[in-house]
Write a protein that binds this ligand. Structure first.
Ligand code: 13P
Length: 250
């Protein structure tokens, strides 16, 4: 059985004082950690702070984005090698907020996944359909297209990635995909990965989109839901720890 992964995505939230309190509270509740792997993906300026706070603990450090380039004249970007120097283990790539507000294409997301993998960082590749796409019956086509770009470029090491299915209409809206809806898409993604490599059975496919303390257990009980990518609830230590506990119990 795969070890579930619960990753918090703080998005553009936090501050030195607040991060300290949040990480300490999460660590306090993780003491009895068994079962689930747990990570927090923090804004880049706080990587050093959270690296110090989490050193030697079971809480892994993640970034929210990574440059597709190794180095050079790319103002504002952060390379995978730089992230690695701060102990980063995971990097979210292709979050729908980056696709939407920063025009990230499927091809760029695939390049970012490649850059992360080359530096020994596990990319958490986000895919997901908008409400209009779901209503038009295009969910499967959209998520498969998004994942296909990453598989195409990273074929030989695709079993090293983590996938996150995040329906855009469920992000930050309080409207969660039902466990049946999520499982159905996860099964499609699993089949697509398996068609690329038999090793893909071990790829973790996380669900993200208004996952919270109340609905996590039901979602995580589904066979192809291997964890969660948690936004809002990752800023509330008690809620985040409840989700971690639900993953453990699975
Ligand atoms: P929420 O949990 O706030 O809906 O955000 C999900 C998300 O986008 C995680 O990456």
């Amino acid at each position: 059985m795969k070890t579930p992964l619960i990753a918090g995505n703080w998005k553009m939230n936090g501050g030195v004082e607040a991060n300290d309190a949040l990480v300490r509270a999460v660590l306090g509740g993780l003491q009895a950690s068994g079962g689930a792997e747990v990570a927090v993906c923090v804004p880049a300026p706080y990587l050093a702070q959270v690296q110090t706070l989490t050193a030697g603990t079971p809480l892994a450090l993640g970034a929210q984005d990574v440059s597709a380039h190794d180095k050079g004249a790319y103002t504002g970007e952060v390379s995978a090698a730089m992230l690695r120097e701060f102990g980063v283990r995971y990097a979210i790539v292709g979050h729908s907020e980056r696709r939407q507000y920063h025009g990230e294409s499927d091809a760029l997301v695939a390049e970012k996944a490649r850059a992360a993998l080359a530096a020994g960082i596990t990319p958490i590749v986000c895919v997901g359909e908008t409400l209009a796409e779901r209503e038009a019956g295009r969910t499967e086509e959209v998520v498969k297209r998004q994942l296909a770009a990453v598989i195409h470029l990273n074929g030989h090491c695709i079993s090293e990635i983590v996938v996150a299915y995040e329906p855009v209409w469920a992000i930050g809206t309080g409207q969660t995909a039902t466990p049946e809806q999520a499982q159905a898409v996860h099964a499609v993604l699993r089949a697509q990965l398996l068609a690329a490599t038999a090793q893909a059975a071990r790829v973790k496919i996380l669900y993200g989109g208004s996952m919270n303390a109340a609905n996590a257990a039901e979602l995580l009980a589904r066979p192809d839901i291997d964890g969660g990518l948690i936004g809002g609830a990752s800023l509330k230590p008690a809620d985040f720890l409840t989700i971690v506990g639900a993953a453990r119990a699975d």
